[in-house]
Design a protein around this ligand. Structure first.
Ligand code: GYE
Length: 336
């Protein structure tokens, strides 16, 4: 098992590349790999619509390639200790590749070292880890979360004057922030990217920030506390690190007798279906895209690895920005 990848020479891959023309994907797959590639995937959990779409993308793609790929899928229920256990169990089972979406950035060195010692390559999917030795993982595929934070702030700076309630001032724009899971790469990076842009616009001020754990329930609860502490009139903008937390905040704002999207401007990240629906109802002002559809590129990378190909260290997902006025037109094309 240990020598699985080494056994595949690049020359064979090139020859097969020629032979593959005109065949179905499954037939190509059978010819390329002499046996199924066993992939252990440790998913974070099911905290958001984004995560559900990500899981579906991975499972569907594995099913499509079932002649080539055997997927062992494990759900960690948002706990790092469960992810570590799952990775150890994949190592014990001798899988060919381990892929995972790390719930937080720190604390992975020992288990990644164990995988490396066992000769099993590790792919980081969606979220990054913070380890000093970057030979502990082969590639990191997913979004640029700092850029998403920047794009959200930029949308706000460019559009606030146009979307704000007429009696609100531009002198001081008070923002409350619903952070993602504490210690996670997207929470850290979306926090940083947003501030990077706002530092040149001192009238935009973050008056409160707290984790809503990327969940709808968390968003609602934290927003209720913000409304209580600040008073609805003293909050001009909600920045949700993901759509689910913003959708929870929308509920809290409505229950407080205010109009989300009008009395309080709301921006968030992900671009899931629920965000488009909220925009069509006028309750959310913009969503910044973060694509969860990582299944195809994950298994492409797995197959490339099996063929002994070298992978780029970083594979970045391409994504856009959607303001409320395009929601109706764009929603039918959304797949998550
Ligand atoms: O934005 C959030 C999810 O890691 C990019 O995790 C992902 C984030 C996504 O729970 O909705």
């Amino acid at each position: 098992m240990k020598h699985f990848f080494k056994a595949m020479s690049v020359a064979v891959a090139v020859l097969m590349g020629v032979a593959m023309v005109g065949q179905t994907a499954d037939a190509q797959c059978k010819e390329k790999h002499d046996k199924k590639i066993v992939v252990g995937f440790s998913q974070i959990g099911a905290e958001s619509a984004w995560r559900a779409a990500n899981t579906e993308s991975i499972q569907k793609e594995a099913e499509k390639r079932k002649d080539c790929i055997e997927l062992k899928f494990s759900d960690a229920q948002q706990k790092q200790e469960n992810q570590i256990k799952a990775i150890r169990s994949f190592i014990a089972q001798g899988v060919d590749v381990i892929a995972f979406s790390p719930v937080v950035e720190s604390g992975w060195e020992p288990v990644l070292k164990e995988a490396k010692d066992a000769g099993i390559p590790v792919i980081l999917s969606d979220r990054a880890v913070d380890v000093s030795d970057d030979t502990l993982w082969v590639t990191f595929m997913g979004s640029d979360f700092v850029e998403e934070g920047r794009r959200t702030a930029q949308w706000l700076v460019d559009n606030y004057e146009k979307v704000k309630r007429a009696d609100k001032t531009m002198d001081k724009v008070r923002i409350v922030e619903l952070q993602g899971t504490v210690g996670s790469a997207p929470a850290n990076d979306r926090f940083a990217g947003f501030r990077e842009v706002l530092k040149d616009h001192p009238n935009f001020e973050i008056v409160k920030t707290q984790s809503a754990d990327f969940t709808r329930a968390g968003g609602k609860q934290v927003m209720e506390a913000f409304l209580k502490a600040e008073g609805g009139d003293k909050i001009d903008v909600v920045y949700g690190h993901n759509d689910d937390s913003a959708l929870g905040a929308i509920q809290a704002i409505e229950e407080a007798g205010l109009k989300p999207g009008k009395d309080i401007i709301i921006v968030s990240i992900d671009a899931v279906r629920g965000a488009f629906e909220a925009m069509i109802e006028g309750k959310l002002n913009a969503t910044i895209e973060c694509s969860p559809l990582l299944g195809p590129q994950l298994f492409d990378a797995v197959e490339d690895l099996a063929l002994g190909k070298e992978l780029p260290k970083r594979i970045v997902t391409e994504e856009g920005v959607f303001p409320a006025e395009v929601a109706k037109e764009v929603l039918p094309q959304r797949t998550y």
